[in-house]
Design a protein around this ligand. Structure first.
Ligand code: FMN
Length: 326
């Protein structure tokens, strides 16, 4: 499978863009475990053209994580074009346009999934950005705004006609936010539309190797994108990849091995943010959902302590105490 001139091989797995999650520290870990492409968290086009420092930081990419996509969102054509040119200077392999974010502060202003209510604007942005930059432009969106407007099959064709070189579809509507189950049938319909030539990346609720296999086989997608399933579990890419290639599950990872990865992630986050406390607070999202500690008896008080720890010494002592208990 190819996007522009970027080659991905067979049945690639992509790390989904996630705000506050897919920073360089996490992306590099996912890459190490086999993610075939990683995305930055979404970057505000408005903030980018205003030179907001924290936003510019989000454009930092490392050669080791390539291929990497930088994702932007915004609500008007000129701003998106200007932001796209700034992004191009950061030299990502791909520029991705976010037309899927459901949160009020974004969609309510007409950006992200808000664009699903203004398709002419969505298409105008896509076309203008494609014309403005040399790198491949891709789009990530949802099935539609709500149950009554699941427009993705027609929209996908129109997005392709604007020159987008791949389309990632999260199998939910904006109205669903993150509730209910992702519906992959429409993703499959887009893929089976004989007019579609660009790669279709399926996304939504892939958390097991078996489900990834099913998504490739049943819906025919060109790539599977994994988001929440990777939080606190960056090795999911290795698990899924191994299964796709061999039909077998990886040997279970030891508790100590998983703990070492979790600790490494905390250290990398601290390094990235340049501050111990900030790095620890940032890691809590991963610590809270990681499967590493699942099923441990009487874990609740330890969990609470782990998510309250303020220093690295304190946090690692708690994590190590769990490893030693097992
Ligand atoms: C914490 C969080 C942040 C997200 N941020 C973004 C984002 O910046 N850009 C985007 O396109 N999607 C974003 N998403 C949506 C994911 O990319 C993905 O479409 C969604 O989580 C469904 O995939 P999953 O079931 O594998 O998690 C975010 C999701 C989560 C949970």
């Amino acid at each position: 499978m190819k996007i522009g001139s970027v080659e991905f091989g067979k049945e690639p797995l992509f790390l989904a863009p996630m705000e506050d999650v897919t920073d360089p520290a996490f992306r590099l870990l996912c890459k190490r475990f086999g993610a075939d492409m990683v995305y930055t968290e979404f970057v505000s086009a408005d903030a980018l053209i205003r030179n907001v420092k924290r936003t510019e930081q989000k454009l930092t990419i490392h050669d080791e994580e390539r291929p990497v996509a930088i994702q932007i969102y915004g609500k008007d054509v000129d701003t998106m074009v200007e932001a796209a040119k700034i992004v191009e200077e950061a030299r990502p392999d791909i520029l991705d346009l976010n037309f899927g974010c459901p949160v009020k502060k974004v969609a309510g202003k007409g950006a992200g999934s808000g664009m699903l209510r203004d398709v002419p604007k969505l298409l105008a942005i896509t076309k203008a950005v494609v014309e403005a930059v040399e790198i491949p432009v891709t789009v990530k969106t949802r099935l539609g705004w709500d149950d009554q407007s699941k427009i993705i099959v027609d929209l996908a064709e129109a997005i392709q006609d604007c020159g987008a070189q791949a389309l990632a579809i999260h199998g939910r509507t904006r109205a669903q936010m993150y509730t209910g189950e992702a519906d992959w049938t429409l993703i499959g319909e887009v893929k089976n539309n004989p007019r579609m030539r660009i790669p279709i990346i399926g996304n939504g609720d892939v958390t097991t190797p078996e489900r990834a296999r099913e998504c490739f086989d049943r819906y025919g997608v060109d790539a599977v994108m994994i988001g929440r399933g990777a939080i606190g579990r960056p090795w999911i890419f290795e698990e899924v990849k191994h299964y796709l290639q061999t039909g077998e599950c990886v040997k279970p990872y030891s508790m100590q091995w998983q703990i070492d990865i979790i600790k490494e992630h905390v250290l990398r986050s601290i390094e990235w943010l340049g501050d111990e406390r900030k790095g620890i607070v940032h890691s809590r999202r991963h610590l809270a959902v990681t499967p590493v500690f699942k099923g441990i008896d009487h874990f609740k008080p330890t969990r609470i302590a782990m998510l309250r720890a303020e220093t690295l010494d304190e946090l690692f002592e708690i994590i190590d105490s769990v490893g030693n208990r097992e």
